[in-house]
Design a protein around this ligand. Structure first.
Ligand code: COA
Length: 279
């Protein structure tokens, strides 16, 4: 049975993500439920939450599918396919024009089957605890109270869809820190196995370096993940300079027929994505 996910399902959802070795926390699930309370789904089999899928809409232009997870003992029974189809039907009813996701090699065959095509690579880079100079850095990253309308506009142009609800949610969350300047911003948040830096969007490499350095300053001596599109050479250079190394490669996929030619026209301004579940 597929039904809407509720806050009470978060412990079961954490078991799902734990079985896959992912980095999300209960707060990440809560954020998904806050952003799209009707678009997060679980599959229940004999009273067990066996699978999940989330769909977050960014205006009417774009939706992002994430958290496609099935417990190992329930795999290859069509649960993920049913969850995906349910989420896609739900989005279609709401008139969403485009739909994207970041696919693992396990998920890719299923996504191709339901109509997604690969558009580019996305990489996870990691800075191991010993990759930074050690604890005691100047803590210039704070909760960002609000992002200016100009920074929200920079984000919209870089992504070509409206993530302002996500950005505002991150601004309000006391566990999320970050830094901003006139030309860009970066956020960071805790993960269950590593701190996660992102999203970061900036008009140029200088602004990106400034907000990312400030955001990372207080995380010295900690393991940190950073996801970005390797086509952004400046992000790659900066990640290398800051002690990160590539550890995983996924494929960014879009639902066939949905993406207009302008998609990602300013993607070189995206220095860190918001996470595989948010885009
Ligand atoms: C990927 C995942 C969600 C698939 O869940 P599932 O319930 O087993 O998938 P389904 O049974 O609905 O499979 C649908 C189709 O996808 C493809 N597929 C699923 N798992 C596959 C695998 N391990 N290898 C190759 N193809 C696979 C097959 O075409 C399958 O159809 P079939 O069983 O009739 O051949 C599950 O393996 C999982 O949780 N993996 C770990 C987390 C992950 O990587 N999630 C994807 C994130 S992008």
């Amino acid at each position: 049975m597929i039904r809407q996910m509720r806050n009470a399902d978060i412990p079961s959802a954490m078991r799902l993500k734990h079985a896959a070795g992912w980095n999300q926390t209960p707060e990440d699930w809560q954020r998904l439920l806050r952003l799209e309370p009707d678009g997060c789904f679980v599959a229940e089999t004999k009273g067990v939450v066996a699978g999940s899928t989330t769909a977050v809409r960014y205006g009417s232009e774009m939706a992002w599918i994430g958290m496609v997870l099935v417990l190992p003992e329930f795999r290859r029974q069509g649960i993920a396919r049913a969850l995906m189809q349910h989420a896609l039907d739900w989005l279609e009813l709401r008139g969403t024009h485009m739909c994207g996701l970041d696919a693992t090699s396990m998920g890719k065959p299923l996504y191709e089957e339901v109509g997604f095509v690969s558009t580019e690579l996305i990489e996870r880079w990691e800075r191991p605890p010993e990759g930074s100079p050690g604890r005691g850095g100047r803590d210039s990253a704070r909760c960002i109270g609000t992002l200016s309308a100009a920074l929200e506009q920079i984000d919209r142009e870089a992504c070509s869809y409206d993530r302002s609800r996500l950005l505002r949610d991150l601004c309000k969350d006391s566990s999320v820190t970050g830094a901003s300047c006139a030309e860009g911003f970066a956020f960071g948040r805790p993960g269950s196995s590593a701190w996660f830096v992102g999203p970061c969007v900036a008009k140029n490499a200088r602004a990106a370096a400034s907000v990312l350095r400030a955001t990372l300053e207080s995380r010295q001596g900690e393991r940190v993940f950073w996801d970005f599109l390797p086509s952004n050479r400046s992000a790659r250079e900066l990640a290398t300079e800051l002690g990160f190394q590539p550890v995983r490669r996924l494929e960014r996929m879009m639902l066939r027929g949905g993406a207009p030619p302008t998609l990602h026209s300013h993607s070189d301004e995206v220095y860190a994505t918001a996470g595989f579940e948010f885009g």
